[in-house]
Design a protein around this ligand. Sequence first.
Ligand code: FE
Ligand code: FE
Ligand code: MG
Length: 167
Amino acid sequence: MGTKGKSIIGIDLSELLTLLNKAFSDEWLAYYQYWIGSKIVKGPMKEAIIAELIQHSSDELRHSEMLTTRIIQLGGTPPIRPEDWYKLTNCGYDAPEDPFVRPVLEQNIKGEQCAISTYQNMLDITRDKDPITYNMVVQILQDEVEHEEDLQSLLEDLEVIMTTGAK
Ligand code: FE
Ligand code: FE
Ligand code: MG
């Protein structure tokens, strides 16, 4: 990274890179959780839920792209081994062992809530210290807030369908 660009960062660079690498690992695991979920999910409202899962998987992949760009710009190296994602992740990976629509939605809502906390924490750390990372995190957080809302409203509709017995 350019020396002037680096000089405006008011926090410890290796600490910042650790946070970015951890978020990167979360995004890959979230991407895969959505992607595999979209392939195996079963039950009522399947079509609408699959469409949302696919859209979110591509958003998570785009987030990992944004994080990689910033990691490299800061002179870091993104995790080069998938096994490191598990060591670094904040939010983990929930395998959709029960592929019914409800547990799949619930697992992904939990993941989004963890992502929202993670990025909120990164905003607190970078505020007034690193405007570039801060701005990137704001963009990602906007998507995560939208993701949570999308999934919770699908879950609400699903509850209505399931309690009225309609398919
Ligand atoms: Fe994301
Ligand atoms: Fe998300
Ligand atoms: Mg969506």
